[in-house]
Design a protein around this ligand. Structure first.
Ligand SMILES: C[S@@+](CC[C@H](N)C(=O)[O-])C[C@H]1O[C@@H](n2cnc3c(N)ncnc32)[C@H](O)[C@@H]1O
Length: 250
């Protein structure tokens, strides 16, 4: 069994982030071409489309997390790390109200400039705190957040161990941690080395790697599933997908 790849050099991470940034910028440019921004606004006015445009598998994750039905109706402090251009917390708003929401991503300044997204709307209306620290260096106090969300992030980071330590630290005892993650085994490694997205995904982890943080001595599970390949998010490239929501023990 090959070792997990749990950290890479700073240069390798920067290369991955450059790939990520240009990928989302090109998606956004395509979405805006030929007056499509104005068209979207008009269609939204007549109720034909939602207010925000853009998805990165967020609806798929929401379904696997039982529509986030376990998230309380009101949360004082919440954070989504590696929130991306579209976010997952956006899909909790039909049932949950956040008093203070932090949207954190090293590329958040780029994403805040994208049109018709939840991130840009929240940024312009000053309804959230925007943070651009990498998760490894997040400056928030320990035991601070009642909800922390990290979905589809860990294979993009520089140091996955430091990221998990930080995340487990900032959640309040009794608070909820949500993690969704594609998992990688040896067979996937062969496939992934030729994949177009390989540059953007430097970290490779199997499900056993997470036990140190998500075990019963630290979190009481609410949902804990390792979906097999056929049920996973990307069966061609990942042998399984981790779906975890748990309450931090006091
Ligand atoms: C595939 S996107 C997923 C975005 C979002 N979580 C979603 O599900 O829509 C991965 C995100 O992880 C962010 N990321 C990369 N390295 C990171 C790090 N060290 N700390 C926090 N976020 C990071 C990237 O900037 C990118 O926006």
């Amino acid at each position: 069994m090959a070792a997990n790849i749990e950290s890479v050099s700073k240069d390798r991470w920067k290369e991955a982030q450059k790939w990520e940034c240009s990928y989302w910028a090109s998606v956004q440019t395509a979405r805006a071409r030929f007056g499509k921004n104005w068209m979207w606004r008009l269609l939204h006015l007549v109720g034909a489309v939602p207010k925000y445009r853009g998805e990165d598998w967020n609806q798929w994750w929401r379904q696997r997390f039982d529509n986030y039905s376990f998230v309380p109706e009101r949360i004082h402090n919440a954070i989504e790390v590696g929130c991306g251009p579209y976010t997952n917390v956006r899909l909790m708003l039909d049932r949950t109200r956040f008093d203070h929401l932090v949207l954190s991503d090293p590329l958040i300044r780029t994403y805040a400039g994208f049109k018709l997204t939840f991130v840009s709307d929240m940024y312009r209306s000053m309804n959230c705190t925007i943070d651009d620290h990498p998760l490894e260096e997040l400056p928030f106090a320990s035991d601070y957040f009642e909800l922390a969300v990290k979905i589809n992030v860990l294979d993009h980071v520089r140091d996955a161990r430091a990221c998990m330590d930080t995340l487990a630290r900032i959640v309040k005892p009794g608070g909820i941690l949500i993690i969704g993650q594609d998992l990688t085994d040896d067979a996937d490694l062969d496939y992934l080395k030729d994949d177009a997205g390989a540059t953007g995904h430097p970290i490779k982890l199997r499900h056993e790697w997470f036990t140190e943080w998500l075990g019963p001595q630290r979190f009481d599970p609410i949902i804990f599933k390792v979906l097999p390949r056929a049920e996973g998010r990307a069966p061609d490239a990942h042998y399984a997908t981790l779906i975890f929501a748990g309450r931090k023990r006091g």
